[in-house]
Design a protein around this ligand. Structure first.
Ligand SMILES: [Zn+2]
Length: 392
């Protein structure tokens, strides 16, 4: 299917912002959505959704790898491998996520991203870079290597922003670190989303960060803080501050392992589908059958084992990324956890698009937007995927 083709997808339930329509349809021309829920014009190619679902393409704001590759492998080929692996599962757009590393590896990762973005991946569209670290708390490191963790400096931040040619969309930091004000200021100056991650902050530090411009929480409940006792006194954490501050958006790893049902339902209840994005945080073993793998770059990354559908450090002291995919996230949130389909779809498409400022052209089946479309069957398995009107 070529981008300049003209086709109509019908005989399925379309999920639109706020409602689902049985016997819905989408008309696509030149990679854009031309009409929704209208009859097929004469002479236009018809695609049959066979009574399944016609959904907006999924946008994954936090993903490291898949199909055996990781963005930290730092080759344009590995970038394309990840993008293709996740497109098979309904992801039509993603942020390429780094992990804590030496500056040298991060430079290579950014350069390989820029080359792959220009060439196109043949899979999910690259919507920008997400730098996860290296400015984290050693206490709440998760699987991020401690050795490379450090304090942000304006010089280092600006060096990478310039290198990435404006393609850094979000950057994560632990707000209890020294120089958090500098980090927040540089993010603001460059229009980059500042996100709290791998932190040991208490609520007061989270509020201070929100006031400085931090607006998002990275894998909420994973390496974020809740109530804790310090010197006999009880303090609330980042989680409670986040629930109470309506400015803040969050993301949850929806692999069915990292986030138990009640955690997801509580977050959904308090933040709502407009402030909560579902992510995979997938590592390279996603869309493979591997039982042993490497988190991060192949040569310098962390060895992990895949057990019970999740990547773990070999001593089982911490989860080390998921092997989740976005189609599975939909099944976890909707089929297993019981969140209504319209809201689950929003948390996988329109809400992440809004968070990264792309809701004008991405994230929903609306006239004039890019034709990023997923057809699923009644078991919520992917039947076909279109990125800007091109079938993957
Ligand atoms: Zn991650």
């Amino acid at each position: 299917m070529l981008a300049n083709s003209y086709f109509w997808i019908g005989n399925g339930t379309t999920v639109l912002p706020g409602r689902a329509c049985k016997q819905g349809s989408v008309l696509v021309k030149n990679g854009k959505i031309l009409a929704v829920n209208e009859a097929c014009p004469q002479g236009v190619t018809r695609i049959d959704a066979k009574g399944g679902y016609i959904l907006p393409g999924f946008i994954d704001l936090h993903v490291h790898g898949g199909g055996g590759a990781d963005f930290m492998d730092a080759t344009p080929e590995s970038v394309a491998t990840v993008a293709i692996a996740h497109a098979k599962h309904g992801t039509t757009g993603l942020l390429a996520t780094s992990m804590t590393s030496t500056n040298d590896v991060l430079e290579k990762m950014i350069n390989s991203y820029l080359i792959a973005e220009e060439k196109g991946t043949g899979g999910a569209e690259l919507l920008g870079l997400h730098l996860e670290g290296p400015y984290f708390s050693a206490k709440n490191k998760g699987a991020q290597p401690v050795k490379e963790q450090r304090i942000p400096t304006r010089e280092e931040l600006e060096y990478f922003i310039k290198l990435a040619k404006g393609r850094i969309v979000r950057w994560d930091e632990a707000p209890e670190l020294e120089n958090t004000d500098v980090f927040a200021q540089v993010m603001k100056e460059n229009g980059i989303i500042a996100s709290i991650a791998h932190t040991s902050a208490i609520a007061a530090q989270a509020y201070a960060a929100f006031d400085m411009g931090f607006s998002h929480i990275t894998h909420f409940y994973s390496a974020t803080t809740t109530g804790q006792k310090i010197d006999g006194l009880c303090y609330s954490g980042v989680n409670e501050a986040t629930f109470l501050d309506d400015r803040i958006t969050v993301e949850l790893i929806a692999d069915g392992r990292h986030i138990p049902r009640e955690h997801m339902l509580l977050t959904y209840k308090i933040k709502g589908a407009d402030k909560l994005a579902l992510i995979t945080d997938a590592m390279r073993a996603a869309d493979t059958n591997d039982t042993q793998s490497i988190l991060g770059a192949m040569d310098t990354g962390v060895p992990v084992v895949i057990k019970d559908n999740v990547a773990q450090l070999p001593d089982f002291s911490s989860y080390a990324g998921s092997v989740g995919t976005m189609d599975n996230a939909l099944r976890v949130a909707h089929v297993r956890y019981g969140i209504p389909l319209v809201d689950v779809v929003k948390m996988m498409s329109l809400t992440p698009a809004r968070i990264i400022g792309r809701s004008h052209d991405k994230g929903s089946l609306e006239v004039g937007k890019d034709a990023d479309i997923v057809i699923m069957n009644n078991d919520f398995e992917v039947e076909s995927v279109y990125v800007c009107g091109v079938e993957i």
